[in-house]
Structure formats: C-alpha cells, structure tokens
Design a protein around this ligand. Structure first.
Ligand code: SF4
Length: 529
C-alpha cells in the first residue's frame, strides 16, 4: 500500500531532485526564482492604510485599497488581471509595481493519516545577505477541523536540543507575506478552521512580522478571523510575550517540557535568558478564564521528565493558572540520546496531573510518517542538504572514495536518516555520473546483477519504472555478464536452501524465491531440478 504520495507543482523556474519525470534533474538549477519576483514588493501582509497608499499610487481612489484587501484576503486572488472591479490601466500599473505575494507552494507530501506537509520557498535577509530557504506548513485534518501549523522563521536560533528545526540554525525571519502565503496558498485554504504558529521558528522572536500577520488575519478588512481560532506558541521570549498578550487576544501555548529549571536549561537554552518561572509570573497577570486560553506543551522523554515527581512539580509550577497541559510524544531524531516515554507512562502522568487539578490530555501524533510531527520540521536543512550533498558527493564519487551501499549509507547519514531523500540524491548522482540513459541503464543492470543478484526481469521492470526506453533496457540486459549473474543466483539459492533445510516445501519456496528475484523459470530450473 502506498501511504505517502508526493506531488510537485512545476512553475517553469524551479527544478528539483526527485521529480517524477523522465528528464534528469539539473543540480545547478535548484530553486531558481525569477529576478522579477524577488525585486518587487508584495502586497500580501500590507494593512489597509498601506493598501490604500498603493491604490493611490496606481492612480486609483483611496477606497480601492479596500477592494485590494478584499481580493487578496477574502478572495485570495494572486493575479491582478482577475481584479475586475479595478480599471485595466490601474491593474497594469499595480502589476508593474507590485507582486500580489501569493505564490504557489513547492511540494506537498501526504501522510497516511491525512496530514499534509507543504513546502514553501522563501527569501530571507540574514547576516547582511538574502538567503533562499525552504519552510514547511502542516495541515492537520480532524473531523470538521482543518488546522494549519504555520512557520514563522527559516530555521530557529533558540537551539532546543530535541528539535530538528533548532538543529539547522537560524536562516532568517519570514516576513508577513511569507507567513500569510502559507495560509492562502495551500489546497485547503478555504476550508481552514484553525491556525497554530507552531511550525518552524520561534514566532515571538519575529514579533514585528508576526504582529503584522495577526493583524491581517483578525482585521475586518483582512481575513476577519476570530482570535479564538488562532494560537501562537512560544518557548517564552519574555519581552515579546508581554507585547503579544497586550496587543492580541489570540490563544497562547507555552513549551515547558520540564518543571525543574536546571534540567530544562540543559535542553532549552532559553531558560537561561528567560526562566520559565518569570514567564509564568507574567502569564498570571492576564485573564485566561474567558475566551482566551493558555496551554502548556510538554514533550515526554523516557526517564527525563516523565516520573511522578515531575508531574507533581509541574502541578505546583502551574498553580493559579487556568490552563491545559498537552503531553506530546517525542518523535525520535538522529543523534539524540533520549526516547519517547511509553504510552503507559504518559497516561499515568496525565492521570496524576488531572488528579491534582490540572487539565491534561495526550496529544495525538500526526504526520510522523512524513516528518511533519512536532519537532520534526526540517525542510530547509533537508532540501539544502540534498543540493549540497549532491555537489559534495559528485566530487567524492569522481575520486571514487565511496560507491554502492557505502555511498548510500553516507548520504543517508548526512540526511538524518531520510531514506527517500538519500535515494533521490543517489539516483541523481548516478545519472549525473553516467550522463546518458544508455550508459546509466548499462551500469544499473551490471550493478544489480552482480551485487544484488537481480534477474533480468526485475532489472527490466526497475529500469522501466525509471523511464528508460525499451531499446536502452534491451542493450543493458545484453551487456550483463550472465555467467556472473547465474553464479550469484546459485549462491543466493544455496544460502536460502540452508535456511530451509528440513522444510518439506523447500523446493517450492526456492522456486518462488528465485522468481521473486526476477529470474525466469527457464533460468532457474537447472539450478533447482
Ligand atoms: S522547539 Fe521551537 S523554539 Fe525550540 S528550536 Fe525548535 S522551533 Fe525553535
């Protein structure tokens, strides 16, 4: 069963590894964005006054700013020509000076549980340069609800040890247009019921742009969303948190993860600058008993924060705050020593907190199979990794430092265990190295026959699936050293026969095994008389 499906939107200017196409990817052409789209300012994310100013500049009346807001935020129109209540001349002037800012996503990946992970290309200012990055947004369906988890930064500078985003470092703030574009460009844009700022980055570390996006989302001239449908999550950036609580009435989620300061600091460096106790003192000054809610996120790690003593300390810490605690299963990331707590342990922790008067639930994990669950978002790192790795291994391959399984192991390791991405890089490397379908098919057939013992049928099917023509497949199969392939099959069968010793159905099983490796009955019958 295929539980993961990837689809890509071609937009002419983008070329990527892993496209399901017969054309080979061109590594140098990764993520090319037209100069024009980079240079123009974007209207998305502008407030009403700014849109009115844009309208005046285009020779329109001031009230046309409201019409622009309607096209952008209500109708989610990314094309000036469709804005038919504006004059043709004004539409042209607008198009010459502005970009709407509504840009299509790069890729969507579907999880078996219905979660969808969207990938967006963004341009961020960082360290005096404009950097091109990828960020992710995750759409989580749940009954009638459609929640979008939105990113606010490319990477993150907070450095939480258990988080893939934190590991990739900081690559810049998203601007309001990039934040809102995640909301308007996904396939479910018109069906969304909730938005949570829990994607890549720390939203309160990018307060100006977050604040702009929230204003547009909640203003009557904007998306006109109720603040009750929006949650901003933070690890506790204290100064910006105060501004957020004063200026907006959306919900708040705070990532705690440990009740004891010293232990929390080992995983979350933010504890040193803004201790959780101070964050909680601030929260106590606001009313969360009405429409606005506060919740605390608590990722559960076996043996680190899941004992009764932690539950009791957490209950004490949250005393006096009307809140909910969400327990989150930890999703393993490479080179991190801790594991998730067991379900039993999480349930015991939840029950203990509930008994002490703190409402606590276990949050269902969603999208783990597509690396979309909490703490797993790493779009930029992985994508940059693919591009960089391709270049890195091109030279290593040329020097023949690695090949075959060792090469695949090295690539997978560098991609944090993402086998799909590693396979894409490997295939791109092989195709890049062999330059033509013909040479690639011949090398593929030789390698599969000699190293894995695949029979001609299996090789044919694999090459067909890669879009190689029948002519080239035929030539490749002719070039296989049939003697070596036969010897390999003989060895495979001998090993299998040893495993099946004493089994009355051994002969039948051996034949089935050889057939499954892609050999014809004619080819195997002399080995299994
Ligand atoms: S958990 Fe949040 S704040 Fe911490 S590193 Fe990851 S994205 Fe940044």
């Amino acid at each position: 069963m295929q539980c993961e499906k990837k689809s890509l939107r071609h937009k002419g200017t983008f070329t990527r590894i892993g496209l399901r196409s017969n054309k080979y990817p061109v590594p140098q052409a990764f993520f090319k964005i037209t100069l024009q789209s980079i240079m123009k300012n974007r209207l998305l994310g502008k407030n009403l006054e700014e849109l009115q100013a844009a309208a005046l500049e285009a020779g329109l009346k001031k009230f046309a700013g409201g019409q622009l807001a309607q096209w952008l935020y209500e109708k989610k129109t990314g094309d000036f020509t469709a804005m038919t209540n504006l004059s043709a001349a004004a539409r042209q002037t607008l198009a010459e000076r502005w970009e709407t800012g509504i840009r299509p996503y790069e890729q969507v990946t579907d999880s078996a549980d219905g979660t969808r992970k969207y990938l967006f290309a963004v341009e961020c200012e960082h360290a005096g340069k404009t950097e091109r990055s990828l960020v992710e947004a995750v759409m989580i369906p749940d009954g009638d609800r459609r929640t979008l988890c939105v990113s606010s930064q490319a990477g993150c500078k907070m450095g939480c040890k258990f988080c893939m985003t934190g590991r990739q470092g900081f690559h810049g703030n998203l601007d309001a247009a990039d934040i809102l574009n995640q909301i308007v460009s996904i396939d479910e844009a018109q069906e969304l019921t909730n938005i949570v700022f829990m994607g890549m980055g720390e939203p309160l570390d990018n307060y100006e742009q977050l604040s702009r996006a929230l204003t547009v989302l909640t203003a009557p001239w904007g998306f006109a969303w109720s603040p009750k449908r929006i949650t901003v999550s933070t690890i506790g950036v204290l100064p910006a948190l105060k501004r957020y609580l004063d200026e907006f009435s959306c919900h708040l989620a705070v990532s705690l993860h440990h009740p004891f300061p010293d232990a929390r600091e080992t995983m979350m460096p933010v504890q040193k600058a803004w201790p959780a106790e101070q964050v909680l003192d601030l929260i106590r000054q606001y009313d969360f008993s009405g429409q606005r809610r506060v919740s605390f996120e608590y990722t559960m790690f076996a043996g680190w924060n899941d004992a009764p003593v932690h539950a009791d300390a957490l209950a004490r810490l949250l005393r006096g705050i009307e809140c909910r605690v969400n327990l989150i299963r930890f999703h393993r990331i490479p080179d991190f020593p801790l594991q998730s707590s067991s379900t039993q342990r999480m349930e015991a922790f939840r029950d203990r907190l509930n008994r002490s008067g703190v409402t606590c639930t276990i949050r269902a994990s969603r999208g783990e199979d597509i690396q979309a669950a909490c703490g797993m978002l790493a779009g930029k790192k992985r994508e940059e990794g693919e591009e960089k790795l391709l270049q890195h291994f091109q030279s290593q391959c040329a020097r023949r430092e690695y090949a075959g399984k060792e090469l695949l192991r090295k690539i997978t390791e560098r991609l944090d265990g993402d086998a799909d991405a590693a396979q894409r890089v490997l295939e791109a490397l092989q195709k890049d190295r062999y330059q033509s379908d013909e040479r690639y098919a011949a090398a593929f057939a030789r390698e599969k026959a000699a190293l894995t013992g695949w029979g001609p049928l299996k090789i044919r099917l694999a090459l067909r699936a890669k879009g190689i023509s029948e002519d080239h497949i035929g030539q490749a199969l002719e070039g296989i050293d049939t003697e070596a392939a036969g010897a390999k099959l003989e060895r495979l069968l001998a090993a299998r026969q040893r495993q099946l010793e004493g089994d009355p159905a051994a002969r039948l099983k051996l034949i089935r095994y050889a057939l499954s490796r892609g050999y014809s009955y004619d080819e195997i019958q002399h080995l299994i008389p």
